[in-house]
Write a protein that binds this ligand. Sequence first.
Ligand SMILES: *[C@@H]1O[C@H](CO)[C@@H](O)[C@H](O)[C@H]1NC(C)=O
Ligand SMILES: *[C@@H]1O[C@H](CO)[C@@H](O)[C@H](O)[C@H]1NC(C)=O
Ligand SMILES: *[C@@H]1O[C@H](CO)[C@@H](O)[C@H](O)[C@H]1NC(C)=O
Ligand SMILES: *[C@@H]1O[C@H](CO)[C@@H](O)[C@H](O)[C@H]1NC(C)=O
Ligand SMILES: *[C@@H]1O[C@H](CO)[C@@H](O)[C@H](O)[C@H]1NC(C)=O
Ligand SMILES: *[C@@H]1O[C@H](CO)[C@@H](O)[C@H](O)[C@H]1NC(C)=O
Ligand SMILES: *[C@@H]1O[C@H](CO)[C@@H](O)[C@H](O)[C@H]1NC(C)=O
Ligand SMILES: *[C@@H]1O[C@H](CO)[C@@H](O)[C@H](O)[C@H]1NC(C)=O
Ligand SMILES: *[C@@H]1O[C@H](CO)[C@@H](O)[C@H](O)[C@H]1NC(C)=O
Length: 564
Amino acid sequence: MRKPLNWVIPLCFLLAYNGVETVSNQPYRTAFHFQPPKNWMNDPNGPMYYKGVYHLFYQYNPYSAIWGNITWAHSISYDLVDWVHLEHALSPTEPYETNGCWSGSATILLDEQPSILYTGANSKNQQFQNLALPKNRSDPLLKEWIKSPQNPLIAPVDDIDPSNFRDPTTAWLGQDRLWRVIVGGEIGGSGMAILYRSEDFVNWTRSKSPLHSSNETGMWECPDFYPVSINGSNGLDTSVHDGLIKHVLKASFNDTDHYVLGSYIPGTDTYSVENNFLSNGSDMRYDYGKFYASKSFYDSGKKRRILWGWIKESDSEGDDTTKGWSGLQSIPRTILLGESGRQLVQWPIKELEKLRTKQVSFNDVDLKSGSVFEVPGITAAQADIEISFRLSGLKEAEEMNSSWNDPQLLCKENNKALGKGAIGPFGLLVLASKDLTEQTAVYFRVFRNQYDKYVVLMCSDQSRSSQREGLEKATYGAFVDMDPLRETISLRSLIDHSIIESFGGNGKACITARVYPKIAINQEAHLYAFNNGSMDVRISRLSGWSMKRAQVVPIQKRRKSSIG
Ligand SMILES: *[C@@H]1O[C@H](CO)[C@@H](O)[C@H](O)[C@H]1NC(C)=O
Ligand SMILES: *[C@@H]1O[C@H](CO)[C@@H](O)[C@H](O)[C@H]1NC(C)=O
Ligand SMILES: *[C@@H]1O[C@H](CO)[C@@H](O)[C@H](O)[C@H]1NC(C)=O
Ligand SMILES: *[C@@H]1O[C@H](CO)[C@@H](O)[C@H](O)[C@H]1NC(C)=O
Ligand SMILES: *[C@@H]1O[C@H](CO)[C@@H](O)[C@H](O)[C@H]1NC(C)=O
Ligand SMILES: *[C@@H]1O[C@H](CO)[C@@H](O)[C@H](O)[C@H]1NC(C)=O
Ligand SMILES: *[C@@H]1O[C@H](CO)[C@@H](O)[C@H](O)[C@H]1NC(C)=O
Ligand SMILES: *[C@@H]1O[C@H](CO)[C@@H](O)[C@H](O)[C@H]1NC(C)=O
Ligand SMILES: *[C@@H]1O[C@H](CO)[C@@H](O)[C@H](O)[C@H]1NC(C)=O
């Protein structure tokens, strides 16, 4: 339940914060995504739930909208929707972090002791792992953090490349009472999760073998390692090892977050994967669009695992300097093993629904071949929309060439064909101008493969998102592991001015896009459903909501309150 905030901040304070008056009026600022008031933000760091408060730290440049001078900024929340910015938790003060306090994770140690492990980069960009503890752990806001006098705890010795050694995970405890942590690295051309053990969280010993590695990838940034329940609906604490579970290993490389599933034997620290990173057309990603350097945490209050990811801009560095900011965090997502056991599923946290306001809703509307239908009555630039499609005439689905195993490429090719399919393209035109010259199409197509099974492709096409030049206008694609004979094809999109987070097949395939329309901003943005396939489809259900603005404010403005 949401703890009511007992103070209300006049909007004028918000607008006047640090003299960046214009920032709130910009068309690309978001309304319900997490953003600092200004400047550069990248990876989410050390998310945790402690004494009823959610903490989010993040990589932040206090001085400009481009990367540099990296500190750990710190914000807190009672519901993961409204946020209060606190003072920075970690800033570079020591020789081992002259070049920045880089990413890391939080671990709640025995006796409810919160801790942070993070990477420091020295003046030569050599990387070290360090510990920080809260100054006063009775204070639920954990405002001040003290760096361990024993830092740096882990140095890049032996064969470790000092410039590729970073981003410690949340640690987990074995039955032998030793803590484990992995650190991302690259040795001899292989990306890997280097494993360390410790009894006291200060003296760490490297394991002979990494937890896992791959010679198909480069450096693994921001690894994450955690258990998921095989048939449960709850998330699991990182130190859970028993029961019907699998372990997820995520690594960030090549601008994307990839994951594998496997079984972990805690006694020997062996991890056997079901399929490897980038293997054989079965590359699994948290999100097939813009989503990087993510981190999950266990929310012990609601027994769920929550995932945050950094969503970069798709405009230029010059644009960011002009805007005065760069970077978003995704909407926090609950993450679980899907019913098939083959992949993870994600869904926006339930709390987000409290921002839903004016609603439009209907059932059973036919979308004839070639039709476009405006979703009326909601603020199309700031909305949450759920839509499900029922298909008839599936038999007409085109046969798929067995060489079509790259969904992104398939979406691009499909784009060239411009709606010449049988079943689809059908879906949404998001942040569209009235004349449709600007539009981001988020859509599906259905094919039949050589085994007579249906294959559902989901695409997000940014090629027509903006008439502005100098933007990255990628097309993204993913296969949705579902059977359209038995299930309706569903799509949920969170639309927030310059970001569209889309969840296909109830969270089986996620695609996030950053777009910067020139015309389709604020009241000029429209939302349509469309069907360019030759077969009709039916919208079995549509619900859309205008979204309210979340409160994301600095603590300085809340001095009169009971907090702070
Ligand atoms: C980092 O901070 C220094 C001053 O402390 C400043 O001169 C420099 O421009 C900053 N770099 C970036 C990228 O903001
Ligand atoms: C620690 O925090 C608690 C709770 O906010 C507060 O009552 C106490 O005075 C703090 N202790 C110190 C030494 O600041
Ligand atoms: C650190 O731990 C290792 C392995 O348990 C042990 O051999 C070593 O003596 C410890 N070092 C210190 C300084 O405690
Ligand atoms: C890469 O790793 C695989 C599996 O561990 C191994 O079979 C293969 O020989 C390696 N390739 C190279 C070039 O080292
Ligand atoms: C998970 O499956 C096992 C064995 O099939 C069963 O005993 C257990 O009750 C299931 N748990 C849940 C939460 O469904
Ligand atoms: C990295 O991404 C690029 C662009 O998407 C792609 O061409 C390349 O094959 C990828 N590399 C690996 C190792 O996946
Ligand atoms: C690669 O995929 C093909 C077809 O899906 C399969 O037959 C083959 O065994 C796979 N190879 C590996 C190494 O997994
Ligand atoms: C499948 O695609 C390949 C490569 O584009 C092409 O050579 C082949 O003819 C196609 N096969 C069929 C049955 O269309
Ligand atoms: C749908 O088809 C029309 C007519 O061919 C075309 O102009 C439009 O770009 C297509 N839209 C999408 C999203 O494929």
